[in-house]
Design a protein around this ligand. Structure first.
Ligand code: SF4
Length: 169
């Protein structure tokens, strides 16, 4: 049996070279996909509470990371870190996302930061300009053609294919 314990130095080293930092910004969603991890398909599934992550909750962690990044030596000269947003549907908590992006930008870290998001794209057209202005990388969850998308339904049980397909440019 390996009794080796992770130590402070290893944690800091990993944080210094952190490649991706993902916020699960909400468990709320505007779709009801049949296979969703928050859905009834799974025994003991993680029920939705429609909770929204707040800036106040995560600021101490961001400040700690910024401290590590400023005071340590990463393996690469200018490390790259993806700041990612995930849900539920992250577009339902855009206030939080905008606050985090503004805060990271204000820290002027000597690090290449790319913002990214996984979204079902239902509300994408509402925020498109913002994502373009902030160079977001978007991962859109679309299962394929209309038939393949048939398990990704809205609260009324309708296939979300047309909504998503007409929203994505
Ligand atoms: S879009 Fe994602 S979070 Fe929303 S219901 Fe579908 S699988 Fe679940």
């Amino acid at each position: 049996m390996n009794n080796r314990r992770i130590n402070r130095h290893e944690i800091e080293r990993n944080l210094l070279n952190l490649r991706q930092f993902t916020f699960e910004v909400t468990d709320a969603c505007n779709l009801r996909c049949r296979y969703c991890g928050y859905g009834e398909l799974y025994e003991g599934y993680d029920e939705r509470k429609s909770s929204l992550m707040s800036f106040k909750q995560v600021k101490p962690l961001v400040d700690y990371l910024a401290y590590i990044w400023r005071n340590g030596m990463a393996d690469s000269y200018r490390p790259l870190t993806y700041i990612s947003f995930y849900g539920g549907e992250p577009l339902l908590n855009m206030d939080f996302i905008k606050e985090i992006v503004t805060y990271f930008d204000s820290l002027s870290l000597d690090r290449h930061i790319i913002y990214s998001m996984t979204t079902n794209a239902v509300l994408l057209d509402k925020y498109m300009d913002y994502f373009v202005d902030n160079n977001f990388h978007l991962l859109i969850s679309l299962d394929g053609d209309e038939r393949a998308q048939g398990h990704r339904i809205d609260a009324s049980g309708h296939n979300s294919f047309n909504t998503v397909f007409t929203t994505v440019p």
